[in-house]
Design a binder for this molecule. Structure first.
Ligand code: PGA
Length: 249
């Protein structure tokens, strides 16, 4: 099996001003200096440039939390791939459940956003995951398959290896209720199977788990064979806690 570099991303959501972002990066960098993992910080738009500058010369990558599928146009309030690439941002979260739920981000829009990101050398971190009702109805696989097939529908199989997929069960996000390591493994393995069936080099794709990852549960979740990293929300607001999760990877 090809070895996949662990990938740990801090999704700050709508937290941290520029000054707070700078403070976090300065506190984090010495704590993770020795890591072999890919470490990614996902600030809000206003702090992107500051985080890009502060981490220059380190291996830390910077990701935006959203992006419009068009390169330019009359889309008030939106930000495009060329705008992010110009800042030296390297990646972008797409399809986070909060964007799907509160901002009406659809699978059809994601089918255009994912190739748009790749066209500008932005690594998409594509989030997929089922609701509590879907899990209770034993429809998890169906939901994941539908999201992946549509969201990645615009890609050639060889482009899929450039996508990072984050499995984020909605019922585990910000709730303190984490998926068990077995549930995380099962869903991530299923996602890998779907990618393989699409003709992708699925063994190379990093598949992350997200949903109430904390220093106390990170090692067990990240030790699962198909879980290659974590997308961390609440625990990524504190540099010490986030560094402890990076250590666990
Ligand atoms: P959480 O968020 O770690 O606060 O549950 C994860 C996410 O939404 O990416």
């Amino acid at each position: 099996m090809p070895s996949r570099t662990p990938y740990v991303a801090a999704n700050w959501k709508m937290h941290k001003t520029v000054a707070e972002a700078a403070e976090f990066v300065d506190a984090l960098l010495p704590r993770i200096a020795a890591t072999q993992s890919d470490v990614v910080i996902c600030p809000g738009f206003t702090a992107l440039a500051e985080v890009v500058e502060r981490r220059r010369g380190t291996a830390v990558k910077v990701a935006a939390q959203n992006m419009h599928e068009e390169e330019w146009g009359a889309f008030t309030g939106e930000v495009s791939a060329p705008m992010l690439a110009e800042l030296d941002v390297e990646a972008v979260i797409l399809g986070h459940s909060e964007r799907r739920q509160y901002f009406n981000e659809t699978d059809e829009a994601l089918a255009r956003k994912v190739p748009a990101a790749l066209a500008h050398d932005l690594e998409p971190i594509l989030c997929v995951g089922e609701s509590e009702a879907a899990r209770d109805a034993e429809e998890t696989d169906e939901v994941l398959e539908r999201q992946l097939q549509t969201d990645l529908g615009g890609l050639e199989p060889d482009q899929i290896a450039g996508v990072v997929v984050a499995y984020e069960p909605i019922w585990a996000i910000g709730t303190g209720r984490t998926a068990t390591p077995e549930q995380a493994q099962e869903a991530c393995a299923f996602i890998r199977d779907v990618l393989r069936a699409r003709g992708a080099a699925a063994g190379e794709v990093r598949i992350l788990y997200g949903g109430s990852v904390k220093p106390a549960n990170a090692a067990e979740i990240l030790s699962q064979p198909d879980v290659d990293g974590a997308l961390v929300g609440g625990a990524a607001l504190d540099p010490g806690e986030f560094a402890a999760i990076v250590d666990a990877a």
